[in-house]
Ligand binder design. Sequence first.
Ligand SMILES: [Zn+2]
Length: 494
Amino acid sequence: MTYNAAMRLVPCSARFALPAALALGSFASLPAKAQSPLPTASAEDRAQAREIFKQLIEINTTDTSKGSVTAGGAAMQKRFLDAGFPPEDVHLLGPDARKQNLVVRFRASGPTTQKPVLFLCHMDVVEALPSDWHTDPFQFVEKDGYYYGRGTQDMKESDAALVATFLRLHKEGYKPRRDLILALTADEEGGKFNGAQWLVQQHRELVDAAWVINPDSGGVELDHGRAVVAAVEATEKVYSDFQITATNPGGHSSRPRPDNAIYELTAALSKLSAYTFPFEMNEVTRTYFTNLAAQEKGSSAADMRAILATPPDLDAAARLSAEPSFNSNFRTTCVATRLMAGHANNALAQTAQANVNCRIFPGHSPEEIRQQLIALFADPKLTVKYVSDSYVVSDSAPDRKAMVPPAPIKEVFEPLTRITQSIWPGVPVTPVMENGASDSIYFALAGIPCYGYSAIALERDDDRAHGQDERLPVDSYWKSLDFYYSFLKAAGGQ
Ligand SMILES: [Zn+2]
């Protein structure tokens, strides 16, 4: 992921402090209840988990000539096979020799009608320049209570914690009642071989699941060591780029013609700038704003309650939309992000082109939004084309609509909330809609509910994902081990 999820998911976090008893929609009875202590990892379990983390950090999995996701997957594959996982349950596969994905299945101990649970983790990391760092980014360094290295926040900490937990449960003879699957994938951060997409489209049988946990987003936000919120990404918007083009025969700029590519394009962009897509809510944003309204005070609390009414108060929505993160949570947004026009100072532009980037509210397809842009511009001389993730430009956009999220599933949120609150007593747990995008979208497009949650606790001002001196508090790593151990058992059936 490209940000501290909790920071973005909980807008204006500086403006309000979420008190301990934030009610979680339909799980309102859970917060603030005394929780029984969780089993914690032994010194031996921790040592193994640390060794796996170290090994993964020190394998370069960047999308560069030095990097290989396959090397990371092969190292983990060896650990699973050495531990006695049957070879038919440990697959290393992919469309490219250096971009293989590892899929491991912890098989149910008996016949089951329950679909598996999938843990989806990307194993690639963003490039790190050693000259920018105070330690070698591809060395695992423990210093002052932190682990340093590229991927310690995004997201080898969760890759390693889940590998370690799968191995620990296996060693203990745990017998799940349903299959648990771990996928360690390529090219989430960039590159041409996105493993999550490839697996769900080409090898659905390996990754098909009742629901998915993707630790690449969500998490526990700390403020001076105090856990203030645990955000669970329960749905996300769909990313789409559109190329808007105006063309013209051009000519000498001393003889302007009545039609002009630059003016036609900018007229269309002015319409876009003045346009607001309709206000929408879904089960996730409704729960999120219900929770937030309980914390806010004064007029914004009243406005949040007003948008939750039936029908929603659109004036209140308009006032709240002054906050960009709220606005983005309320509707599809489209904004011009690049411009290119003309070829000489003394020539009429033959081409004027803009990129318009849209973040589409779940339930709408990119093609639907493309048609809306065409109608909004109302200029047949303009073309509105779709630009794919791999920069292929086409006359039409995908028709596929991202799944409208169901109400957060109890089977996920009950144990997630209970275990999280055992580790961070009283922390409010809330589902959120991410305005950005992660690999979860490929599963959402396939109709599989996906929840972004890592159980990794980070200070709100210590987001170093993709940055220099990326680090993770050692204590956060130990806590995530405890979370995954109990959560996997809850997901798999005790
Ligand atoms: Zn990530």
